[in-house]
Design a binder for this molecule. Structure first.
Ligand SMILES: CC[C@H](C(=O)O)C(=O)SCCNC(=O)CCNC(=O)[C@H](O)C(C)(C)COP(=O)(O)OP(=O)(O)OC[C@H]1O[C@@H](n2cnc3c(N)ncnc32)[C@H](O)[C@@H]1OP(=O)(O)O
Ligand SMILES: [Co+2]
Length: 136
């Protein structure tokens, strides 16, 4: 059983929503970073035993922009923390899960990540997040 590392939440404007999370909900902001490979800016928030990952589109063409355009703001994905991400991907693929890349790709915070297609996961976009090689 994998540990949930974070819950991805798509937002139109990070600066507009952050006060709600930090002031109204009292959740600690851990940091903000650009992830150009995904065309987004992300903010990680410490929600105790799991992180929230707010995802703001940095372009009109990325996955998050398309998600918001089609479905509006809201829960976008659930990320499992794993080690040995390539082996996990191979195992999932052997079990018929459709992965969105052959191998892991760079994620936020120096992680290596991969995604399973929602159509293979009963409607949920799941991410594998491997920080074991992370020097940060
Ligand atoms: C990596 C940095 C950071 C990190 O944690 O380190 C991140 O988490 S980045 C997060 C943003 N990046 C991604 O999401 C990359 C993976 N996503 C994709 O490749 C696409 O978004 C994909 C393939 C999931 C959907 O793209 P597509 O162009 O096919 O969009 P459609 O609207 O045509 O969707 C097809 C089908 O899937 C359903 N769908 C789409 N997104 C989601 C979602 N987030 N959760 C659940 N279901 C989703 C959509 O409704 C369509 O279903 P249908 O029944 O046909 O309506
Ligand atoms: Co994520």
């Amino acid at each position: 059983m994998e540990k949930v590392d974070h819950i991805g939440i798509a937002v139109k404007n990070l600066d507009a929503v952050l006060p709600y999370y930090t002031d109204t909900l009292g959740i600690r902001l851990m940091g903000i970073e650009d992830v150009p490979t995904q065309g987004i800016r992300v903010a990680f928030l410490d929600a105790g035993n799991v992180k929230l990952e707010l995802l703001e589109p940095a372009s009109e063409t990325g996955a998050v922009a398309k998600f918001i355009e089609k479905r509006g703001e809201g829960v976008h994905h659930i990320a499992f923390g794993v080690t040995g991400i390539q082996e996990r991907m191979d195992d999932l693929r052997e079990n018929g899960v459709r992965l969105l890349s052959d191998g892991p790709v760079p994620g936020a915070g120096g992680a290596q990540v991969a995604f399973m297609h929602p159509k293979s996961s009963y409607g949920v976009l799941y991410e594998l997040c491997d920080k074991s090689g992370n020097q940060e």
